[in-house]
Design a protein around this ligand. Structure first.
Ligand code: SF4
Length: 209
């Protein structure tokens, strides 16, 4: 079967630009199997070019949103992401990024100024209220630097006028969620709680993947 670079769920089209990620989250759907919602998202033939992905998108107005979200962290493909987002906007579509918030570390620069005007929404996975909890849950390659970088990225999104929000998975428990809520309020960024995706067959649908 050919690699899947774009996949449809509901009214949205999702883009699977990379399998690289700076985290190894304990709850990641990638750990549960080869497929997500029936789509095999492991890339066996390498990462797709922006042109290939844009050709597969076609007319973006056929979808509610074009979402950068696959089996990996999309900001590893920042240049391609920016080009695709520009094209989607030029053709009247809407864009969203689902990110672990480590794009500044990954790219060695502040990326929110580049995202400004190109993304209609930025979903930043917060998932923990402090660095130690984050490291335990998400096992970032950047170690203790990951969490403050994530918060810094969120603040940078806000400064740059991006429509950004934090998300947490409900598996972290009520007390951690409330601490995340307090942190989100302090940062001035909304928080959304989404249902954890369980192994296939037991899964509740994610509220916001
Ligand atoms: S950041 Fe996302 S893709 Fe990466 S390990 Fe965590 S859940 Fe999986």
């Amino acid at each position: 079967m050919n690699d899947v670079y774009t996949y449809r769920i509901g009214d949205n089209l999702y883009l699977n630009l990379t399998n690289r990620c700076s985290n190894r989250c304990t709850f990641c759907v990638r750990e549960e199997g080869e497929t997500y919602e029936g789509y095999p998202l492991w890339l066996k033939e390498g990462e797709p070019s922006a042109e290939t992905v844009m050709a597969q998108i076609g007319d973006p107005r056929r979808y509610a949103e074009i979402v950068f979200c696959g089996y990996g962290e999309p900001t590893f493909r920042l240049n391609e992401l920016l080009r695709i987002a520009d094209r989607v906007h030029a053709e009247g579509g809407r864009t969203r990024l689902n990110t672990n918030g480590q794009g500044d570390l990954i790219n060695g620069r502040e990326i929110a100024p580049l995202l400004k005007g190109r993304l209609d929404g930025v979903n930043i996975s917060l998932n923990a209220p402090d660095a130690a909890s984050y490291v335990a849950l998400c096992r970032p390659a950047f170690g203790n630097a990951a969490f403050p970088a994530l918060i810094s990225f969120a603040r940078s999104c806000k400064r740059n006028g991006l429509n950004a929000w934090f998300s947490v998975v409900d598996c972290i428990g009520r007390e951690q969620i409330e601490r995340c809520r307090a942190l989100a309020e302090e940062t001035g960024i909304p928080l959304r709680v989404r249902t954890m995706i369980l192994p296939s067959g037991q899964a509740e649908k994610p509220k916001d993947i």
